[in-house]
Write a protein that binds this ligand. Structure first.
Ligand code: SAM
Length: 442
């Protein structure tokens, strides 16, 4: 019996080996003296990252032989980033590196460096076989893309006419030159490079929010002046909306974010700008936010489902909202507990109560899986891309469906809604400003 079992087991072995399970790395592949610091905030200047690393490792820093902060990639999407998100620190002994690895450097992550992890690129020789392989691969990708395009186009025609149109808007300029330190998103505190397209867009977005505020109708008639408003900026990050908006209007703003480190940077900017009286912070998941005493909800680029949570918070409280959503491919990502600071910022994901499509209007036409395909296509137009490309245009149509779905959800709950196109966002996928005001019951 035992021999039979052994023979059976052995006969199975080759199949087990044929599985493509990645092999664990052997100890010799790790460099014993180097460690990688990752999850670094992209918008910190490299010199500041270096000095922060020195502080974090101060006890062993005399044993550091080199420190290299990775530069940002030169792609259009990474424009404005000030470092590449990681650094490699080399120590003069294995013991010092091992000691450094035990430090708590949260939110940074520490890991061993794998030798040849960043090898110098050597181009393999272009043999006739490789040329054929490349052509085959290119043809396969082209076929896949064409199939995907057809699928998205089918879905778009299945959705048909979009009930909410994207209307142009004009914005009121803010005099950025007279802003105190810490206010302008295109300043050191804001982290965006002056003149970069990201900085131009962020400033325009703030101007669009400020402009919209004076068009909203508030239940509390004492809030006629912008300076009397109490607003909540949900998913505030480091304050690129809350701070300039509060400075430009005099309004009180409650900045809410799940990520404590961003709020710490926001508070530093608030102090620099002298806006302590006007801006308060709450480190919290939007899902649990308390909007007591708040007149309107604002939200700029809150990741995926967080924009829906912001809208839902406003609708629950029956107050106006102005929301410019972020990438949406993540809307169906499940909620992700743990991480630093009681939950990870970008990955907070979708709580199970949120169902996509959001509105009855869209649910009548497509299901959740089809919605997910449209959301992915919408993200294809996300970064500043080639606005003339077929995929960009298809992505923009998909985005219009998804943003209409959000607004239709609010409309089905008694809101007057509007979708506006923020100026200075040409060739960019996140141009929509979603505005909703509860209808007055006569
Ligand atoms: C792309 S950033 C935008 C920050 C800022 N509004 C701006 O435009 O510069 C998105 C922010 O939303 C926050 N966020 C995402 N999900 C959240 C949630 N469920 N609750 C609170 N904050 C959240 C993230 O931590 C991050 O700071």
């Amino acid at each position: 019996m035992f021999t039979l079992l052994l023979a059976l087991t052995l006969s199975l072995l080759p199949q087990v080996h044929s599985l493509t399970v990645p092999l664990p790395r052997s100890a010799s592949q790790y460099s014993p003296t180097k460690i990688r610091v990752s999850n670094i905030d992209w918008y910190l200047p490299s010199s500041l990252v270096e000095s922060k690393i020195k502080v974090a490792f101060h006890e062993v820093f005399h044993e550091v032989t080199s420190l290299e902060v990775k530069p940002p990639r030169s792609s259009k999407r990474d424009e404005g980033k000030m470092n590449g998100g990681s650094a490699v620190v080399e120590f003069n002994s294995e013991a010092a590196a091992a000691e450094a690895l035990t430090r708590d450097t949260s939110p940074w992550r520490l890991s061993q460096v794998i030798e040849d992890e960043d090898p110098i690129e050597t181009k393999p020789e272009l043999t006739p076989e490789r040329i054929i392989l490349r052509k085959d691969r290119a043809a396969r990708y082209a076929r896949q893309r064409a199939r995907r395009a057809l699928g998205i186009d089918d879905l778009l025609s299945c959705v048909g006419e979009i009930p909410i149109k994207l209307n142009p808007m004009s914005i009121r300029d803010i005099k950025w030159e007279s802003a105190p330190p810490g206010v302008d998103p295109a300043s050191e505190g804001g982290g965006l490079k002056i003149g970069s397209s990201r900085a131009v867009r962020k400033r325009a977005a703030v101007e669009a929010f400020v402009t919209m505020l004076s068009h909203l109708r508030f239940e509390d008639s004492s809030t006629q002046k912008l300076s009397q408003l109490r607003l909540a900026d949900l998913g505030s990050g480091t304050g690129n909306l809350a701070i300039p908006l509060s400075w430009a209007t005099g309004a009180n703003v409650l900045a809410v974010d799940i990520y404590a480190n961003s709020l710490a940077r926001l508070l530093k900017r608030v102090n620099e700008a002298g806006l302590e009286e006007q801006i308060s912070v709450e480190c919290q998941d939007i899902l649990e936010v308390n909007l007591e005493g708040i007149d309107a909800v604002l939200s700029l680029h809150a990741c995926g489902a967080a924009s829906d949570l912001a809208m839902e918070a406003a609708v629950d409280k029956k107050i106006p909202f102005v929301i410019s959503p972020c990438c949406i491919g993540k809307v169906n990502v499940k909620r992700w507990g743990g991480g630093n600071n009681g939950g990870n910022a970008e990955r907070a994901g979708k709580p199970k109560e949120l169902i996509y499509p959001r509105s009855l209007w869209l649910r009548d036409k497509i299901d959740t899986d089809q919605f997910q395909l449209l959301a992915k296509a919408a993200d294809a137009a996300d970064g500043a891309g080639d606005s003339g490309s077929e995929w960009f245009q298809r992505g923009r149509k998909a985005k219009a469906v998804i943003e209409s779905d959000r607004l239709m959800w609010a409309k089905e709950r008694g809101y007057e809604v509007e979708m506006l196109e923020m100026p200075k966002h040409e060739g960019y996928g996140k141009t929509e400003l979603l505005v909703g005001v509860p209808k007055i019951n006569k």
